[in-house]
Design a protein around this ligand. Sequence first.
Ligand SMILES: [Zn+2]
Length: 380
Amino acid sequence: MDQKKMKVKVYDKIILTNDTFMEEIVDKLLFVKLKGDKEDTIFVLQKDNIVCPKCESDVKPCGSQVGGKRMYKCKKDCCGYRFTPSETLPKMRHSIKEVVKGLRYYKEDKISLLDVSDILRDEKVFISYNGIWKWDKITTNILKALINAFEFQIEKEKNETKQIKDKDLKFLVKNIKFLVIHNKLINYMLQKKMTTWKQLEEKFGISKSTLMRRLQTTELIRSINCNKKYLTLKEIVEKNANENGIWRADNVVFSTLGTLNSTIVNLVEKSESGMSMVDIKNYLNTSPKQNVVDLLEEEKITCNKFGHKHVYFSLTKSEEQIKSRINIEPKCTIKLDAKDVKFAAQKVGERVRNIVKDAIEHVGIKEGDISIVDVLMEMY
Ligand SMILES: [Zn+2]
């Protein structure tokens, strides 16, 4: 798939009844890819209701049919968009019908990818096991959009074909259930910004392991402090992070890099003059002593002592960082020269003189009688 984002838009509701076969649903679909500056859109149409993917106006067929594909032209004068809807998804050479069939074998019947590839070959559909795996990844978005467009009109009616149809519905419902819960989880997390596994378990009544399975394809980030208790979506952290990839929500800290260790390495790397434990602690709102010890052992960062303080440096930039650190670290030993000594002594002398003067005055010797003070001062 492209790096560009792919949006899926389904035109109109897809009506599902108890009599609808899965094959019928997907057989009715056509796809048009609309290129955009920032994202491309897959426009999903139904064969019996083709409209212009740009302005949703009526269309008329134009040109001749080439290879079973027909070109359409928008009837609206100001638009006039020409397009050729396809039964296959962009970048896929297989029809959606074949894709869904393969995915059913794989997901519903739990047949291994290698065996699905074999079965499909017998049915004259040629795809490698790796290709089926890719189908699964590519179609997730499409299925999700389709499912949002589904409208159920289920009547309870018994007839001969019910069993097969039930199975079709079961597959759909299973996928729907899966995706609906997934959507609900994501919406909840987007709304709450951050949550905990426990909150999710309580809110959705699902165990943590099931939640984790549901969120398998979603990029989650756990807080790097608070014992990794808090959970959020990577997209939320990326949206809110500062230049160091850090997002603080109250006292909880998240990092776009995910783990505390990689975050510390990154901060130390980027710092101008290394980072002390206090620097790291203040920045990340956690005391990662053991992590720092591990990182030193793994030789991901290096350390120098300034007085009693340990400061951590990048492996590659430590020389510059140490130089810069020396300038900001308060001096721990002061070398005194003769001038300093004389100045210090003078200060001490002044103070003693004042103390003696106060003491003498206190015992009643007159102010004017300076000579005694002078005598005493000479003794000093
Ligand atoms: Zn149009």
